[in-house]
Design a protein around this ligand. Sequence first.
Ligand SMILES: [Zn+2]
Length: 563
Amino acid sequence: MPYDLIIRNGRIIDGSGIPAFRGDVAISGGRIVEIGRLSGEARRVLDADGRVVAPGIVDNHTHYDAQVTWDPLCTYSCYHGATTVVIGNCSLALAPAHAEDREPLAGVLSRVEAIPLEAIRAGVTWSWETIPQYMDALDRRLGVNVACLIGHSAVRRYVMGEASQERHATDDEVAAMKAIVREGLEAGAIGVSFERNFRHFDWNGRLAPTNVAADEEIFAVASVVDEVGRGVIQCGGDRDLGVRIATSSGRPVFYGNITQQAIAPNRWRERLAETESLQRQGYRAYQFVMPRPGDLRFTLKTAQHFDTMPTWRSVMMLPLEERKRAFRDPETRARLHVEAVETPPNPNLGGDFTRRWDLCFVHRPALPGHQDLKGKSVAQIAGEQGRDVLDVFLDLALEEDLETVFERREVNSDEAAMAALLTSPHMVIGQSDGGAHVVFRTDYSYSTYMLSHWVREKGIMSLEEAIRKLTFVPASLFGLYDRGLVRPGMAADLMVFDPETIGPLEPEEADDLPGGATRRKQLAQDIEWTVVNGEVLLEEGEHTGVYPGKVARSGSPAAAAAG
Ligand SMILES: [Zn+2]
């Protein structure tokens, strides 16, 4: 019998971390069947000479819950080699849902994760009530594999209705939630997610349901994964709660992410030490690190970055013409200077402006005559011109009618700190938030950024190690035991790419959301083929028209066979 597919002559990087080797990969029935120098026939042959054949990326923290129902490819993660995405994070999900829960669930997902509500309303065709029904509905048409976490906010809403955003649960309600979580896990959901973030509101200014829960409820609902003996726990927003869950559960617990921040330069070290210490004690406590630098772009038309400073806040609230007058007024400017240049930042004040004018760059000058300033920091320009930083900043913006696009590079921008985090065996690479914050962020390109910037350009780790961290590690931690390795018997999820040229392309704007809303689109170059369950999903970045994805259900193949 011929194989379904052979990928010939590739440099196989199998995801385990062992050195790359030359060979062919044969696939039949959606699984890898042989690896080596193979002579058998195949219905389709791909020549991967000069290319790397690696497991597909496991995009381990996304919010495609709504989008996947109208976009089974989960764009744009799939363009960066993702063959599996994890949805249902941060307590947010679209199942279970009574008919009357649909609008509230859409609203909270939209508000918390910055997904246009019109897109969810126009795009989602609700055809499920329970979690197993939702997974079955997805299973009918998927481009990539989707692994589902059970969202506590959705479960709480389903059990408690409006009261889910108002009060603690009764014992009976907690028992009902536990039963729903158990049913979801037994149907193959890969875990349960919570959030404790008192800034996560719906469009009516009410807290998302999970935030109203008492600790006892969260611990009770989380304990179902231990009872079932399968699944992970994700809990964002409150590290203390996350650590307490991690030290009371035997399951993997994802309790946050570590960022390097200019405002608190040593905080990442303390957070890394904490995770390391928990893991050394035997707890399965994990945090994510995002390889991409934060690129907060703003203009003085809409920026909220200065809101912690009183004069700035009141000036930024003024209508545009009055605001420009205020920026020109010497007295006001003197006060703005005291606040944004002379006063040191307060690291304990959430989101305080860092006063790091050396990390505030002119991203896109509006006037042709200012193009030489592009890419320079405000501090650098001030130095060159012998002027004050605030005068440089405000005068440039005023000359350009506040159209100048600035960029703050203060998060994940210190390369030494980032190299330490990314190479640490205690950190998990990811948390792309794919499908969320669609207007501003493109962190779903983290995989191609990792392979181009950190591996090829900076050489902080070998390609083999980077692939292991992007595939085998997350597949293992999330219980996806038949993915994340190029090995006979494993699902044939593969990416074939040119290691010399792979990388993310410049972001652009796309207006492809249902209802016409726009989002930020970033594609990648030189991923030749992306293979999902043995079928070529993307060829040179183009969808081939097939839908080979599956709901990736938890549990080992052996456990499934044992029934
Ligand atoms: Zn999230």
